[in-house]
Design a protein around this ligand. Structure first.
Ligand code: APR
Length: 247
């Protein structure tokens, strides 16, 4: 279902894009709050809080080890929506910043470079002893050792758990306040601070706001323009409209 097309940013205008789990669904990765989502299978309090990790680190490691292995399955590849956003970054004559809530690496693999993982990355580790982060494609356990300080047993996945501060918020808010276009893709608008980004963009005074999602999100009424359908269809279509205006 396509709503009416809205205004386009000026050529060279600044664009901020927010993505959520919905953009990776058609690549074979699960979302969180759909009926078959991750939080319907396991509870946040058991695997996605600092308290859960302190209480039962082995359970938290097992949860992320299973999702990391799933992401590294050869069948999981960037889809047309990831590729369209990478193309927009290369072809748009202005700044494009991609802020993702996703901890997968599908945006990078599609070619996006101006990218912030505000909830961290499942393929990176964080050492609680020395604070070093590093690529970590393997399973992690209490026997895992830090390559920088050799400490064993204090490794965690470098993702942001509930109750922790998302990454690079200063830079995100600065860019939102100054953008001409804010596009929210594949997110339920259920979790802050990401769910508030549309208001931040509107407060900047000149941003046009667009929601591209499978169905209306919790914040859908805050968006000036909305298009609904699978990301692999609605995102390439919207990017094509943006680039046709600057061709
Ligand atoms: N195309 C586009 N959107 C889709 C598709 C699809 N093929 N499939 C599902 N969606 C939409 C759903 O309708 C829903 O609005 O994607 C959204 C997914 O919402 P969530 O599962 O809540 O995922 P997300 O919004 O990314 O969650 C935000 O919550 O659990 C935390 O840290 C976690 O980053 C996550 C954050």
């Amino acid at each position: 279902m396509f709503q009416k097309d809205g205004p386009l940013p000026p050529p060279g205008g600044s664009i901020v894009i927010l993505t959520g789990a919905g953009i990776s669904k058609e690549s074979g990765l699960e979302t969180f709050r759909d009926a078959d989502g991750i939080w319907a299978q396991v509870s946040i309090e058991e695997v996605a809080t600092p308290e859960a990790f302190a209480r039962n680190p082995a359970k938290v490691h097992a949860f992320y080890n299973a999702r990391r292995r799933g992401l590294l399955d050869a069948a999981v590849q960037p889809n047309a929506a990831h590729r369209a956003l990478a193309h927009l970054e290369q072809a748009w004559p202005g700044q494009v910043l991609l802020v993702t809530q996703n901890i997968d690496d599908l945006h990078e693999r599609a070619g996006s470079r101006a990218l912030i993982h505000m909830h961290g990355e499942i393929l990176r580790s964080l050492c609680l002893a020395c604070g070093e982060t590093a690529p970590w494609p393997d399973d992690m356990s209490l026997e895992s050792a830090c390559a920088a300080c050799d400490t064993v047993g204090l490794m965690r996945v470098n993702v942001v758990w509930f109750g922790e501060m998302p990454f690079e918020m200063e830079r995100i808010y600065r860019t939102l306040a100054d953008c001409d276009l804010f596009v929210s893709i594949g997110t339920s608008g259920a979790v802050y601070p990401a769910a508030g980004f549309v208001q931040e963009a509107r407060l900047g005074g000149r941003a046009h706001t667009v929601e591209l999602n499978l169905e209306p999100s919790e914040g859908h009424s805050l968006f000036a323009e909305r298009h609904y359908g699978p990301a692999s269809e609605v995102v390439p279509a919207y990017v094509e409209r943006l680039l046709a205006a600057v061709a």
